[in-house]
Design a protein around this ligand. Structure first.
Ligand SMILES: [Zn+2]
Length: 200
């Protein structure tokens, strides 16, 4: 495991958001670390601090003409507070997609996407980019253009397929991120626990 020190890592550790063990991630992969970002984001001042660097980089690229964003959308649950906080710091609207009764990602509550709207997708943790991809598909079907992705923790595996959009991450960590058949902890007979759930 390699953990570059950053302010965001310090904030995650200090708020108990970085857990060590044997985890079954919502992506289906296994890990020796789990990030429960909600434990950091429950503190508005820490949420603001953790995301200030990402907001700065987004602001710089927007002002420099490298990026255009009309609204920020976070997939529920993990992306809601991240979308809100980035929207607050950047002075943009922020809302969310969520699962409908069938479990499919959807835009509900009367949130509107104008045709051609440029959307930044906000997540707490990016492991494979799966839920971002699901939200992107919903938003693109409504006429949006996905401009970029932002997150608190980028914990993608090195072998993971690259994302379709630029990623702005508050921190990037290299922790266990394995298919079950490659999991060293499974091979030791340690039971995996499922700390979060993709479904609400
Ligand atoms: Zn395992």
């Amino acid at each position: 495991m390699l953990l570059p020190m950053s302010d965001t890592i310090t904030l995650l550790k200090g708020s108990g958001a970085m857990l060590e063990g044997h985890f079954l991630l919502s992506s289906g992969r296994h890990s020796d670390f789990y990030f429960q970002c909600a434990r950091l984001l429950q503190y508005p001042d820490k949420a603001a601090e953790a995301l200030a660097g990402v907001a700065d980089r987004l602001r710089t690229d927007i002002r420099g003409g490298k990026l255009a964003v009309d609204a920020i959308v976070g997939p529920a649950m993990g992306g809601i507070v991240v979308a809100y906080e980035l929207a607050r710091q950047l002075g943009l609207p922020g809302f969310f997609t969520e699962r409908d009764d069938s479990g499919a990602m959807a835009l509900r509550r009367g949130f509107e996407i104008k045709p051609g709207a440029k959307i930044l997708i906000a997540e707490d943790v990016v492991t494979t980019g799966k839920s971002s991809g699901e939200s992107a598909a919903v938003l693109e079907a409504l006429g949006a253009k996905i401009a970029a992705l932002a997150c608190v923790v980028d914990r993608r595996a090195i072998e993971a397929s690259p994302l379709a959009w630029p990623l702005y991450a508050a921190c990037t960590v290299e922790v266990g991120n394995w298919e079950q058949h490659n999991c060293a902890l499974c091979k030791q007979g340690i039971p995996a626990v499922k700390p979060g759930s993709r479904k609400l």
